[in-house]
Design a protein around this ligand. Structure first.
Ligand code: HEC
Ligand code: HEC
Length: 401
């Protein structure tokens, strides 16, 4: 009888929370979140659909948003993921287990507290490798049609195979990533929760990409003071900020020709004529589109949350917003090295902005800051790798040696 009770006890334990007793370490049992993140509505078929006031606005002629209008419609959004896929993507995004040596995660270079950038002129990858370009912010990537500074990827899924498998960034391979995740019982359980329809226990790489994309697509920032103003609350901006907005939209400064609301990017590439810090010229989008007239062209970055993502440009040239804005007023082509022939965009001109106008533009860009949908950093990772958080609200150091 005693023996029977003991066996029954063990069976109960096995069926319960101790399922993941693997070797020496007990793995926590986690249930993925079943509600959609803020800004999303859950549909009857358990999908998260993005909702925003901007979706009530129509554009004048179909797809042409025009420039500078306050009540301008948004481009199509990447949504329709399940709450569980989004939550699993959050764990994957922060987990250094996805890199070759367990030292670096997506969040190492896209830190929530640094506008999902890293505060460096150019990023640093695995084994302290210096990269050639700066980490762009991930806010509002759900609306992007092209990814990377040179626009070389056209989906979030395609984009992430870049950092994952680059020997300079996370340094892993599809085989290694597949093995690592399949060898972690906690991940096998979480993927079963996120893909309940699957009938086997194997994690597929396509599921990994889906979840990370699902998470990235929730990083939406459209509730800034500028947005309140755009939706009709006139008091949301100060006099100086409204003056900045008006300069920004003016035909003299022409900022909205490229940094078009509501995303503050027209999603195109443009040659603005920046010099490179180390003198090796980055041809940018010329390579992507096999078009020599695009030599030195880069994707127009969104200015949302730009106040949080210094230093600026693809090569991290400018420390301060004011320095970046001053670039536009120092003369068309003033930085182009004499050895390079660039076809500078027609909207780059010489607006002769005064110092106070540069300050007003910077004031205005600050009104585009909104982190109200910033996701929570996980306190625990399914790989068992420890999250090192320095201070509450401070940036993470993810076991970076
Ligand atoms: C070592 C630093 C580093 C790591 C790790 C890293 N990134 Fe990046 N990320 C960058 C840099 C640098 C760029 C720009 C590269 C370029 O344009 O050539 C970039 C670009 C991007 C972009 C394009 C954004 C846009 O608007 O064009 C996305 C999306 C992105 N990363 C997501 C991720 C995800 C997801 C992961 C993890 C799987 C990841 N990154 C890991 C540094 C990093
Ligand atoms: C012809 C299109 C165009 C016009 C007009 C333009 N920009 Fe830009 N802007 C760009 C491009 C392209 C970049 C990225 C350049 C690079 O990294 O090489 C950029 C970068 C920036 C950045 C840095 C953002 C970041 O995250 O690194 C700021 C700030 C900025 N522009 C503000 C302005 C302001 C203010 C004006 C008006 C005075 C303006 N821009 C006019 C195309 C334009």
């Amino acid at each position: 009888m005693k023996k029977f009770i003991f066996i029954a006890f063990i069976l109960v334990l096995t069926a319960g929370g101790w399922r993941y007793y693997t070797g020496e370490t007990k793995t926590k049992v986690v249930t993925l979140c079943n509600t959609c993140p803020p800004g999303f509505e859950r549909t009857d078929d358990n999908r998260c659909r993005f909702r925003s006031l901007y979706q009530m606005y129509e554009t004048k002629d179909g797809n042409n948003p025009g420039v500078g209008g306050l009540k301008t419609a948004l481009p199509a959004v990447r949504d329709g993921f399940t709450p569980q896929q989004i939550d699993l993507g959050r764990y994957l995004f922060f987990d250094p287990a996805l890199s070759a040596d367990g030292t670096i995660s997506c969040a190492s270079c896209h830190q929530p507290d640094k506008g999902f950038s890293d505060g460096l002129p150019t990023s640093v990858g695995i084994k302290h490798t210096s990269l050639k370009r700066a980490a762009p912010s991930l806010w509002n990537v759900a609306f992007n049609k092209r990814f990377f500074w040179d626009a070389r990827a056209s989906t979030l899924e395609e984009q992430m195979t870049g950092p994952l498998y680059s020997p300079e960034e996370m340094g892993t391979t599809p085989e290694q990533l597949h093995n690592t995740l399949n060898n972690l019982p906690a991940y096998r359980d979480l993927f079963r929760q996120a893909f309940p329809q699957k009938n086997n226990d194997r994690i597929e790489l396509s599921e990994v990409y889906t979840c990370i994309a699902a998470f990235e697509a929730t990083l939406i920032s459209l509730n800034s003071r500028y947005d309140q103003y755009a939706h009709g609350y006139a008091e949301a901006l100060t006099k100086n900020e409204i003056e900045g907005l008006n300069i920004f939209r003016s035909f003299v400064a022409r900022c909205t020709e490229c940094h078009t609301p509501p995303l503050f990017t027209n999603q195109q590439v443009a040659v603005i004529g920046l010099a490179e810090p180390d003198h090796t010229f980055d041809v940018g989008a010329a390579k992507t589109f096999h078009d020599p007239t695009l030599k030195g062209a880069f994707k127009v970055p969104s200015l949302r949350n730009a106040a949080l993502t210094a230093p600026y440009t693809h090569s991290g040239r400018f420390e301060k917003l004011e320095d970046m804005i001053a670039f536009y007023t120092k003369g068309r082509g003033h930085e182009v090295p004499p050895t390079e022939k660039l076809r500078i965009h027609w909207h780059i001109w010489e607006p002769h902005l005064r110092h106070d106008e540069i300050d007003r533009l910077a004031d205005f860009i600050h009104t585009l800051t909104d982190e109200s949908f910033k996701p929570q950093t996980p306190e625990w990772l399914p790989s068992g790798i420890k999250m090192e958080t320095k201070q509450p609200g401070n940036s993470l150091s993810l076991n970076q040696p």
